[in-house]
Write a protein that binds this ligand. Structure first.
Ligand SMILES: Nc1ncnc2c1ncn2[C@@H]1O[C@H](COP(=O)(O)OP(=O)(O)OP(=O)(O)O)[C@@H](O)[C@H]1O
Ligand SMILES: [Mg+2]
Length: 481
């Protein structure tokens, strides 16, 4: 990375002049200071890539500047200038963390050489800090995966095994079991750490946009394509692409994905050039992909190409020992996020949580805990804090009727009235059910309009003749008042 802004501090004006002229000629932005105090002020206000500072200056010396400046900006690189006679100052400066020193008088080539060296050093510093950030991300991912059940331990093992290679991984599991979390863990544990992780949800993007999202498009490729667009595969170059909900990918695109996997190259829509890409593919689905293969909705060859290493995420109800640690983890996280006091579950509440079936898996558990933490004022959460969670699965009637949508009431009613029936007969069930909704609706509307059919038809948004026919067919009595 190139240097941009350099600070030169020297009490000798001729020195400042020579250095600034030489450095500006090379394209650097140079600020000047006549003593240590002024230099320090500038360091506070500006971010410098390098400071070249005379050791002997009135007021604050170069050495004191060095100490103070590093308090303000610990990463500032400082080169000191010293007269030949005072080599011991140079040594002292190096001890205090100067990057290098120049002895006066010097040739400008010496300055060039130093700047060259500084540039290289800055590259290394940047790489180190990038690496540190990546390690932190990776640590974050690991810290965020909770669960020690045999099923999860198997998953951790697989993550470890696939980390070193570039093999394609297919993650299958019900909604909310942690597929995306695991996909990230694979990326952050691989050698592609520090390169992009690009996720795309194939189910969330309209079919006709998906292709350009994935592969990009050239300007003018289709109406509205006013700019060249890079696709997700290009964005993920050298990194990992996460193809989420791959089961929803249309067949024609499946063929194109297969090609990327085989040839490691893509073509933008409307483009003629093949672009080489180096991308690791992790795919996920909550559908039975093999079933889709059997129904010819998913290409068999793509399935095998993706499924090199399969990971199955087991539903939460089948690894109940993970529930308690997850509850504790989400309690701590929710409290921290909301800056609320730490909360705990009563034994009774914990038992209920551990016995719940969790159809929405970890995501549902997470949301349930969050909601309880927000809504409760007490540090101890009891079953009451988990609302209707525990009776909801028993029967929908547990929620007061007036809080339910009409749809929910009808559904509950339908289910309960049809429960006893072993096999539904072919016939008129559709009409029979609709009748039971239509009849009260029309009766109610006519009541409100005091039997005025024109207004009733208006309110209902149907034709007056249609209304008359329905009144007849449904046998609705017209009250005269
Ligand atoms: N083992 C786990 N430890 C901690 N948090 C988890 C775990 N599994 C899932 N989660 C959390 O649960 C939520 C859902 O996980 P994720 O989005 O990865 O699931 P998913 O399988 O991709 O779901 P969907 O099929 O609905 O997209 C996320 O907030 C995730 O962080
Ligand atoms: Mg997901």
């Amino acid at each position: 990375m190139a240097l941009h802004r350099i600070l030169v501090a020297d009490d000798e004006e001729s020195m400042r002049w020579v250095l600034s002229k030489a450095l500006r000629k090379k394209g650097y932005t140079v600020d000047l200071a006549a003593d240590g105090n002024e230099a320090l002020r500038q360091v506070r206000e500006q971010s410098y890539d390098l400071a070249i500072v005379d050791i002997k200056m009135p007021g604050m010396s170069g050495l004191d500047f060095l100490d103070k400046a590093r308090e303000v900006r610990s990463d500032l690189l400082v080169v000191v200038m010293t007269a030949e006679a005072s080599m011991k100052n140079a040594v002292e400066a190096m001890k205090r963390g100067a990057y290098d020193y120049i002895t006066k008088p010097f040739d400008l080539e010496v300055v060039d050489a130093i700047i060259e060296k500084v540039s290289r050093a800055r590259d290394v510093t940047n790489q180190v800090s990038l690496l540190k950030q990546e390690l932190k991300d990776r640590y974050q991912v690991e810290k965020n995966i909770v669960g020690n059940s045999p099923a999860m331990r198997e998953v951790y093992k697989t993550i470890g095994k696939v980390a070193v290679s570039d093999v394609t991984v297919l993650i299958q599991g019900e909604s909310g079991t942690g597929k995306e979390l695991i996909a990230r863990a694979i990326h952050f544990n691989s050698s592609r750490l520090g390169k992009p992780f690009v996720a795309i949800n194939c189910a969330a993007i309209p079919k006709d946009l998906l292709e350009s999202e994935l592969f990009g498009s050239e300007r003018g490729a289709f109406t509205g394509a006013t700019e060249r667009k890079t696709g997700k595969f290009e964005q993920a170059n050298h990194g990992t692409i996460f193809l989420d909900e791959i089961g929803d990918m249309p067949l024609d695109l499946q063929a194109k994905i297969l090609r990327v996997l085989q040839e490691q190259e893509i073509t933008r829509i409307g483009g003629s050039q093949n672009l080489q890409v180096d991308v690791r593919v992790v795919a996920a689905t909550n559908q039975e992909l093999l079933e889709k293969v059997r129904n010819r909705e998913f290409r068999e060859d793509l399935f095998y190409r993706l499924n090199v290493v399969p990971i199955h995420l087991v539903p939460l109800r089948e690894r109940r020992e993970d529930i308690q640690p997850l509850v504790e983890y989400f309690l701590a996280r929710a409290s921290a996020e909301l800056e609320a006091q730490p909360k705990q579950c009563s034994d009774e509440a914990m038992e209920l949580l551990c016995n719940h079936s969790w159809p929405g898996n970890v995501r549902e558990l997470e949301n349930t805990i969050k909601r309880a933490v927000i809504l409760s004022n007490d540090p101890l959460l009891t079953p009451a804090d988990f609302g209707g969670l525990f009776d909801r699965q028993e029967t929908i009637h547990a929620v007061p009727q007036e809080q339910q949508s009409l749809e929910a009431i009808v559904e509950a009613k339908l289910r309960s009235s049809m429960n006893g029936i072993e096999k539904l007969d072919k016939g008129d069930i559709y009409d029979r059910v609709l009748e039971q909704v239509e009849r009260p609706l029309i009766r109610f509307t006519l009541e409100k309009t005091r039997g005025n059919q024109v207004r009733a038809a208006d309110i209902l948004g149907i034709n007056r003749n249609t209304l008359r026919k329905k009144i007849n067919d449904l046998g609705i009595q017209l009250k005269k008042d």
